[in-house]
Every structure is written in structure tokens, then in C-alpha cells.
Design a protein around this ligand. Structure first.
Ligand code: CU
Length: 448
């Protein structure tokens, strides 16, 4: 592995580990060194200040992830209100020495838990159901222990923090590609790896797993997992909705262009007018090139991608990254006067320092502010251009939780519930879009 200044590659601890396993992980003092011995992910823990120049007062941790052909270097930050965030995410393509910036800063802005009509047996007003924002000043990041991450993982305390709030795991994600051509003797496959980085924001009875997965193929998965336990009111069906912020910087912050694409079936414009069998893929400027909202349509495979207007790959295509919803969750919609931000799946805004959430009055990073009061009514309202600019993508994704008896403990009866709820996942994926010149996982060919 190529070493970075200030990075500490892990040493092996493989006692009682068979040749089949990834290797075991050393437990150690907070924030320094850990082990992923024999791991195909090759994780190093790096010092945020000396390696990345991060503000030394922040609660940060940085990792370098070296796969067989590609690499990530990432920093994580524990924020006082918003929990586990990403910052300074860079990627290295196969055969390249240089890193390419992908993300400046990204994470969950809010977790909105919105109940249906309340159950009056809980002593609550059925017409005024609970509406809770779980990322708030009273939520805190839980400590993780080795049992949380299991084999193939380790826990990490960020700088300026003694609690191990970050879990890191190397996982096998299965077959990334394969090609079998028995007549000519081709028999190839690639099992890909991923590194999952996660933490838990604890808001009381619910534990929010905030998780980022860095894939060997250049993708990042953003996930929010709701688990914990239900009280009486919580047996009312409810939504766990995440609002995410991604300050994406494809090949640097400048000259990014937001595009939208969808599938049209049958095609309204084609060489075969009137044919019901001809479809087409439409790619166009996002919202006509200005700030605005976009709805995801399952039948149209809607997606948003951000491409660079200057940097192209070897085939002349703009390098970019694409946002695609994650289908285990859903697309919440609420109609209250302070719930306008839930009405769409994507929002794209032009980057402005005053909109990054750190300065009053729109200091949404530092306190709980209803997103209608800044994102909808201010950031989007002026409809600035989002092509040839530095752009920011906001994604809404949620999971419906309709409690069932699987939420209970075996000794529960009647209205009493002492069980623990299975994780409900939601989120989205960010994946490469002409970011590479060729298949980055081993550059396979179907030729003999
Ligand atoms: Cu729930």
C-alpha cells in the first residue's frame, strides 16, 4: 500500500483465525491504530491534522482504504447536533497517482419521525400526532464496542474524543462481474469488497444508525437505519425520514453541472414515430439549469447526476457521479404547512458559504431549524443556476415503520411491549458516471 504521511497501517492480530477469515481486529487506545489484518480492504487510520489539514479543534478521524485497484481517502466528523458526517472524500482510479475530490462535506441534516393518526389509548390527541426531529441538541453519539462491528471490523474514537463512536468494517459484497464462455475457455469473475463506516445517534428510545459504505467500484451508499424500541404511542405507524446534504465536488468544486435523466417508454421522439416498442433515455439539464426540486419516478428510473463541464474522460465524456434512490426505503410525502421539504426527493442548490449551515440565521448545522425555513423558502427560492457552478444535492429518503408483533419480546402481552425493533433502512446511492475510462475492477475482457 502506498503510505500517506500521518497514516498508520495496521498490524496483524490473527490468533485463532482460520485461513478462511478476513483476520481479526486489534482493540487499542482511542483514535490511534487498529487492525484489519489479512483484510482485502487495506484500511489505514490517518491523522486528520497532519494528513488532511483538518481543523485540530474538530472531532475528526480519517481513513485510507486501499482496494486491489482503487482507493479512497476519507475524513469523518462527529458533529454536535448532526452526528456522523463525511468530509474531504477523495478517490483514486486504477493506475493513477493523483486523488480526485468527490465530496467536500456530506451527511444527514435531519431525521424526521412523523406519526400517523395517534392511538387515543395512549392518552394523546389523535389529531395532533407526534412529529419529532431526532437529530437535535439532545441526541448524542453512542459508544461502539467490538461486538457491534464483529469480525472484520474495528472501532475508532475521533480526535478530541475518548469514546469510540465510529465503526469500520470490511465486507465482501459478492460478485461485481463475471464472464463465462465455456467454448473459448473464458471463466472470470470479480468478488468486490466494501468498507462500511458507521455510528449511532441516540435520541432516546430510537437509535439511528448513520452509515456510509465505500465501494471498490467508486460508489458510496448513504444509509439511515432506525432501530430501538417502541412505547405505546410508537405502535402507531410512522415514518423515519432522512434529509441528506451532499456538497459534491466532482474533480474539484468549480464547473459542476446538475443533470437529470429518465427513461421514456414509449419514446415521444424517435426514428420510428408511433412504434410502441421504441423507448429512449432522456438526459437533460436539471430543472432547466436552475435550482429546484425533482421527484423520483419508479417507472422512469429517474436519477440526478453531477458532471464536470471541463474535465472529460478518455472517451470525451464529462466525468460525473449519479444519485439513485435506495429501494428498500421509500419516498415519504407529508402535507403539513411545515413539511414542504418532504414533497420531493431531490433538491439541487448552488453552493454558497452562507448556505453551509454554520452562520446565523441559517445555521442549520448547529441547531434544529425546520428545512422549510431555509432550504425551501430561501436557498431554492432565488433559482440560481446549477450548471457550471459549485452545486449541492439534498436527498429525501425514508422508511415506513408499521409496528407488528415482530417488534415485541416473547414475554409481552396486551399493550405492553418490551421488544426491540428490527432496523428499517432508507437512503440513496452515489455512483460513478463516466468517471472511469473502463471497468475499474480489474479491467476485464470477454476475449479469450
Ligand atoms: Cu419506527
Amino acid at each position: 500500500m502506498k503510505r500517506l504521511t500521518g497514516c498508520h497501517v495496521v498490524s496483524a492480530v490473527v490468533a485463532s483465525c482460520s485461513a478462511m477469515c478476513f483476520g481479526q481486529i486489534a482493540a487499542d487506545a482511542g483514535g490511534t491504530v487498529t487492525a484489519m489484518a489479512n483484510s482485502p480492504c487495506g484500511v489505514s487510520v490517518c491523522d486528520p491534522v497532519t494528513t488532511f489539514g483538518v481543523d485540530p479543534s474538530l472531532k475528526t478521524a480519517c481513513l485510507m482504504i486501499q482496494f486491489r485497484h482503487t482507493a479512497w481517502r476519507i475524513c469523518l466528523e462527529i458533529k454536535p447536533v448532526k452526528g456522523l458526517w463525511l468530509r474531504q472524500v477523495d478517490f483514486r482510479r486504477p493506475g493513477e497517482a493523483n486523488w480526485t475530490r468527490v465530496i467536500k462535506e456530506a451527511g444527514m441534516v435531519d431525521i424526521y419521525v412523523r406519526y400517523d393518526e395517534n392511538d387515543p389509548t395512549c392518552g394523546t390527541d389523535p389529531c395532533n400526532p407526534a412529529r419529532l426531529y431526532d437529530l437535535n441538541p439532545f441526541a448524542s453519539m453512542d459508544e461502539l464496542v467490538s461486538a457491534d462491528v464483529g469480525r472484520g471490523g474495528f472501532t475508532l474514537a475521533p480526535r478530541n474524543e475518548t469514546k469510540r463512536m465510529i465503526g469500520v468494517e470490511c465486507r465482501d459484497r459478492g460478485v461485481a462481474w463475471l464472464c463465462k464462455r465455456p467454448p473459448v475457455g473464458v471463466d472470470r469473475r470479480y468478488r468486490a469488497q466494501e468498507v462500511v463506516v458507521w455510528g449511532v445517534s441516540d435520541s432516546g428510545n430510537y437509535d439511528a444508525i448513520i452509515q456510509y459504505t465505500f465501494r471498490e467500484d467508486g460508489g458510496i451508499e448513504f444509509r439511515y437505519g432506525a432501530t430501538g424500541f417502541n412505547g405505546c404511542t410508537d405502535f402507531t405507524p410512522h415514518m423515519h425520514t432522512g434529509l441528506w446534504h451532499v456538497d459534491i465536488d466532482v474533480a474539484g468544486p468549480a464547473d459542476d453541472c446538475a443533470m437529470e435523466s429518465f427513461r421514456e417508454d414509449p419514446a415521444t421522439v424517435s426514428a420510428c414515430p408511433g412504434s410502441p416498442y421504441v423507448s429512449r433515455e432522456v438526459e437533460q439539464l436539471y430543472n432547466g439549469g436552475v435550482e429546484g426540486a425533482l421527484d423520483f419516478d419508479l417507472q422512469k428510473f429517474t436519477s440526478v447526476h453531477i458532471e464536470d463541464t471541463v474535465v472529460v474522460n478518455r472517451h470525451g465524456n464529462p466525468v460525473g457521479f449519479e444519485f439513485v434512490p435506495f429501494f428498500e426505503g421509500g419516498q415519504p410525502r407529508h402535507t403539513g404547512p411545515d413539511e414542504q421539504w418532504t414533497l420531493h426527493n431531490f433538491y439541487v442548490t448552488k453552493y454558497k458559504p452562507a448556505e453551509t449551515g454554520y452562520t446565523s440565521p441559517d445555521d442549520w448545522q448547529l441547531r434544529s431549524i425546520n428545512p422549510d425555513n431555509y432550504l425551501i423558502s430561501k436557498f431554492l427560492a432565488d433559482q440560481e443556476g446549477v450548471c457550471g457552478e459549485d452545486v449541492v444535492v439534498w436527498c429525501v429518503a425514508g422508511a415506513l415503520h408499521t409496528p407488528t408483533d415482530e417488534d415485541r419480546h416473547s414475554t409481552d402481552s396486551g399493550a405492553t411491549s418490551t421488544g426491540v425493533t428490527l432496523v428499517h433502512w432508507s437512503g440513496f446511492n452515489l455512483g460513478p458516471h463516466n468517471f472511469f475510462d473502463y471497468n475499474p475492477l480489474g479491467d476485464p475482457t470477454f476475449l479469450p
